[in-house]
Design a protein around this ligand. Structure first.
Ligand SMILES: C[S@@+](CC[C@H](N)C(=O)[O-])C[C@H]1O[C@@H](n2cnc3c(N)ncnc32)[C@H](O)[C@@H]1O
Length: 220
């Protein structure tokens, strides 16, 4: 009888550890869904990147047009497909991929290596609300499908503006409002004045014939 206590204690401790671990995993998965709509970076990459391949080529062309040697930073780069595409197509461009999620940046670095541009893309762990870049240090900022996840889109956009040189351009691509309506807490664009503070120009357009995404061109 005496010898059963340690076994029971170990079983209870193991069960408690298992519950705590699964709670921890669950909390992390929920935080990930808030940050990038999937429980893990790997799942996001596997599901989204193949579907978005053509879109990224189009965005890279947009960003590089007339800016082949530009200093370009991507915010919320996720698995880094766009950053690598920009580096592939813009041989003279200097490219920085930044994201708040270390797991995303690790995937981005690995993809850049596999694409042969690992030496030409710099990866920076950063929250858009406090970017670790000097004022006016980029010619272009690009972000895709990320803004609706930012904790404070106004602060994020002010940071984007700060790191852009005068005359620089920010290209924001994100999900249309009618889609983010189904995502609790997501930032919406239309009907709000997110893009007015400090930006000297504002244009918005749908990307492609289906109004799933919008594009905003912002300049300072
Ligand atoms: C839906 S994913 C989009 C990834 C990639 N841009 C794409 O189009 O596939 C959103 C990305 O924004 C990043 N993100 C969310 N909040 C952020 C923040 N506050 N600062 C920087 N990046 C953020 C997430 O970590 C995630 O990688």
């Amino acid at each position: 009888m005496k010898r059963r206590w340690p076994v029971a204690a170990v079983a209870v401790a193991a069960s408690a550890a298992a519950v705590a671990l699964s709670r921890d995993r669950l909390a992390r998965a929920i935080a990930n869904v808030r940050a990038f709509s999937a429980p893990t970076a790997g799942l996001y990459d596997a599901l989204a990147s193949p579907v978005l391949d053509g879109f990224f080529t189009r965005v890279a062309d947009d960003v590089l047009a007339g800016r082949e040697s530009a200093r370009i930073v991507e915010i919320g780069a996720g698995p880094g497909r766009l950053a690598s595409r920009v580096a592939e197509l813009g041989r003279g461009a200097s490219v920085v991929a930044s994201d708040v999620a270390p797991a995303m940046l690790a995937r981005a670095a690995s993809w850049a290596d596999r694409s042969g541009v690992g030496e030409r893309v710099r990866f920076v762990l950063a929250d858009v609300t406090a970017l670790p870049f000097a004022d006016a240090s980029f010619d272009a900022v690009v972000t895709t499908l990320s803004l609706h996840h930012w904790p404070d889109a106004r602060v994020g956009l002010a940071e984007v503006r700060r790191v852009l040189r005068p005359g620089g351009i920010a290209r924001v691509y994100d999900i249309a409002d009618w889609v983010t309506r189904f995502e609790p807490g997501g930032n919406r664009i239309r009907g709000e004045t997110l893009f007015t503070d400090g930006w000297t120009k504002r244009t918005e357009a749908h990307v492609g014939p289906v109004p799933l995404l919008y594009r905003a061109d912002l300049s300072v």
